[in-house]
Each structure stands twice: as structure tokens, then as C-alpha cells.
Design a protein around this ligand. Structure first.
Ligand SMILES: Nc1ncnc2c1ncn2[C@@H]1O[C@H](COP(=O)(O)OP(=O)(O)O)[C@@H](O)[C@H]1O
Ligand SMILES: [Mg+2]
Length: 225
């Protein structure tokens, strides 16, 4: 069994894209795979097909029924805000222990690969006391850190790696997913991050369309699980 937590230096950098790509690569290799996106904000049931939950279910080859969405994403909030703010607007809050219990149960049940997509970046608040970092530390899973290639990413990525190291989280790889705007040369960005980090750094060019089945970087990442 191998489970990995997919986190990022920030929001919208490519966690779901990378998770979809790895799921497809694992399925192509004939490996059983499951994925979770336990907390999702900005979720609208009328536009559920475009959500991270649906993207992951589609990659897993499952249907988009409410029961499937409940199974993959039990904590859903309407406002596109950090989970603490989005839940507060609905008069709710995330029960951190229940979140851990949900993840641990699924980790224990999964025979092969399980990918858990976090929410936002590594220190997004979940409630008044816990951030994604606390969630990752409590689960103590290896982490896949997704970063962009935008101007500024090197500092964001090295800061994130330092924080993960301080919390003794193992980093399986850093995926630098080429940014659509403000992008700096991908290879140079990867080479520079490598100079300052001993982690495995994988550059992922900007690909057109959805995460493809055959892209070699995804197969390589799937092999790390
Ligand atoms: N390497 C890439 N090539 C093409 N599109 C990408 C790439 N990385 C991210 N995207 C796209 O950028 C957008 C934001 O990525 P997403 O995976 O949703 O980010 P996150 O899950 O971290 O919020 C999505 O539309 C996604 O498909
Ligand atoms: Mg996402």
C-alpha cells in the first residue's frame, strides 16, 4: 500500500492536474488506485462536473453521482475561500479529528495507491487552529509538492520545502507544473530549485487539454508511489 498527500505552494498551481495524470498512469499500468479530495471550497452542485472531485472521479473511471462525490469529498463548501472562512459562512466548521478519521480509514482500506489532494497551499487554515500542514503531519504521509514556474516560485517552493522538512514530512517529489502566466523558463527553474534542494524535482511542461494518459512525467511519478 502506498498513499501520498498532494499539496502545493499555493492554489491553482496544478494539484488536481498532477493527481489526475498520476491516476491515469497508474490505471494504465494496471494498478488499483483511489483518490480523495476530502475538503473542497468553491463547490457548486449545479456545476459539479467542473469540480476537482469530478475531475478525480473521471480519472478514476467512476461516475459523478452524488454518492460518489460524497465518498471522495465529504467536506464541501460553496464560497471559493479558505476552508475556515468558507465553512464559517455556512455556520459550519471542519471537525479536524473527523477529517483525520476519514482519511485514516481510507488509507487502511486501500490495497495499493491512494492519492489525497489537499486544499490550497501547505498552510491554508482548515479551522481556527489547524492548517493543511497539521493535517499532513498528523497523517504522516509522504508528500508530493506541486509548484508553478511563475516568477517568484523559487522562493515559494524553497520556503515550502523548508517548512515540510521542519515538520519531518518526507517529500516524494516536487512537481514544477509550467504556469500559464508570468512563466519563467521551466528547465532553468527546475535546475535552480535543484541547486538548493535534495528533493526529486520533476518539470511538467504546460500540456494542452486535460491531463493526458501517456505523458512520461506522470508515469515516472506513478512509479514513485
Ligand atoms: N502542466 C499543465 N498543463 C496544462 N494545464 C495545467 C497544467 N498544470 C495545471 N494546469 C491547469 O491549470 C488549472 C489549475 O490547476 P489545478 O490542477 O486545478 O490546480 P490546483 O488543484 O492546485 O488548484 C487547471 O485548469 C489545470 O488543468
Ligand atoms: Mg485542485
Amino acid at each position: 500500500m502506498s498513499a501520498v498527500f498532494v499539496t502545493a505552494t499555493g492554489t491553482d498551481v496544478g494539484k488536481t492536474f498532477v493527481t489526475e495524470g498520476i491516476i491515469r498512469a497508474l490505471r494504465r499500468a494496471g494498478r488499483p488506485v483511489d483518490a480523495l479530495k476530502p475538503i473542497i471550497s468553491g463547490f457548486d452542485m449545479h456545476r459539479a462536473a467542473a469540480s476537482d472531485s469530478s475531475r478525480l472521479l473521471t480519472a478514476l473511471g467512476r461516475n459523478l453521482k452524488t454518492t460518489e462525490i460524497n465518498a471522495i469529498s465529504p467536506w464541501r463548501f460553496k464560497a471559493p475561500l479558505s476552508p475556515d472562512m468558507a465553512s464559517r459562512l455556512e455556520g459550519a466548521s471542519i471537525d479536524f479529528e473527523a477529517l483525520l478519521g476519514f482519511c485514516r480509514k481510507r488509507i487502511a482500506a486501500q490495497p495499493d495507491a491512494l492519492l489525497i489532494e489537499g486544499v490550497g497551499g501547505i498552510m491554508v487554515p482548515l479551522d481556527d487552529r489547524h492548517t493543511v500542514l497539521d493535517w499532513m503531519a498528523a497523517l504522516n504521509l509522504p508528500v508530493l509538492l506541486v509548484a508553478g514556474s511563475y516568477l517568484g516560485t523559487i522562493s515559494h517552493t524553497l520556503s515550502a520545502l523548508d517548512v515540510l522538512d521542519r515538520r519531518r514530512l518526507q517529500v516524494t517529489a516536487v512537481v514544477v507544473s509550467e504556469s500559464a502566466t508570468n512563466a519563467v523558463d521551466l528547465d532553468e527553474t527546475v535546475a535552480t530549485i535543484r541547486r538548493f534542494s535534495s528533493s526529486d524535482i520533476v518539470g511538467l511542461p504546460r500540456l494542452s487539454g486535460g491531463a493526458p494518459d501517456h505523458y512520461p512525467a506522470f508515469a515516472r511519478l506513478a512509479d514513485l508511489l
